[in-house]
Design a protein around this ligand. Structure first.
Ligand code: ATP
Length: 262
């Protein structure tokens, strides 16, 4: 899998004139990589992910997955959003199965995949439950299983843990790392949480705000990449260093914006 974003630009027409949400964005994700995009509010993170997902079109530039230009949504890219997007009237298993049905996959194969991915996310016992009976973290695990079940080339995640409480969020981050290792899936994730990005990603793109441009790319080298990484990593000086550098970068950005507006 090779995802590339070349000279991407996105403008939105408004009554006050065009707003440039993204400008000259270049980035890539390779097979099995975990990449985060971080930026302050308004830096165009969601816009970027929507473009990669094919839910909107760039004003210029292009996005390719394995050399094929993105011209709309496709099963090569799985999406997980911040808000739980489960069908409330379908039970957990049927939610996971939904996309497979649309793909015309046979009943036997569907059952096999649903069972497999429910096991991956640890929700086998809840397969007959309706979403309303699940906690926020569990709902998000169903959403991840649903996206993985379609076996996309890359998982696109838009602040997937943004609506969860701190405790659940930490559990889900650890859990996502385990899934990533187990399935070898490639992940492109948007977040505004520096600690989350440094903990999860192998590489981080930091965006500036208005217009969103890539300010810097970081390779995150922390111990425990191969084996299960634990939260102890957060107390390492290297971790703190990454966190402080990126936080400062975002802060400077925000201050510049405020000065410009003021
Ligand atoms: N449909 C739209 N029409 C006009 N402007 C838009 C539209 N969508 C986004 N924008 C503008 O583009 C910029 C980037 O928005 P976007 O939501 O992608 O940022 P973000 O980094 O995801 O922000 P947040 O973290 O607050 O969600 C903002 O200035 C926003 O106002």
């Amino acid at each position: 899998m090779h995802l590339e974003v070349n000279n991407l630009q996105k403008e939105f027409p408004t009554k006050q004139g065009a707003v440039t949400a993204l400008k000259n964005i270049n980035m890539h994700v390779e097979t099995g990589e975990f990449v985060c995009v971080i930026g302050a509010s308004g830096s165009g993170k969601s816009t970027l992910l929507r473009l990669v997902a094919g839910l909107d079109f760039p004003s210029s530039g292009e996005i390719k997955v394995d050399q094929v230009p993105v011209i709309g949504p496709g099963r090569d890219r799985g999406m997980v959003f911040q808000q739980y997007t489960l069908y409330p009237w379908l039970n957990v298993a049927k939610n996971v199965e939904f996309g497979l049905k649309l793909q015309g996959i046979s009943r036997a194969k569907r059952k096999e995949r649903v069972d497999y991915y429910l096991n991956v996310v640890g929700l086998t016992q809840f397969k007959n439950a309706l979403p309303k009976a699940l906690s926020g973290g569990m709902k998000q695990r169903v959403a991840i299983a649903r996206a993985l079940a379609c076996e996309p080339k890359i998982l696109l995640m838009d602040e997937p843990f943004g609506a969860l409480d701190v405790q659940t969020k930490e559990t889900m981050q650890q859990f996502l790392l385990e899934i990533w290792r187990r399935t070898g899936t490639s992940i492109l994730m948007i977040t505004h949480d520096v600690e989350e990005a440094v903990f999860l990603a192998q590489r981080i793109y930091v965006l500036t705000a208005r217009p969103g441009t890539v300010q810097r790319e970081f390779n995150i080298n922390l111990p425990g990449k191969e084996e299960a990484r634990s939260y102890h990593v957060k107390s390492l000086p290297e971790f703190q260093q990454y966190r402080e550098t990126i936080t400062q970068m975002l802060r400077d950005n925000t201050v510049e914006q405020e000065v410009m507006v003021g």
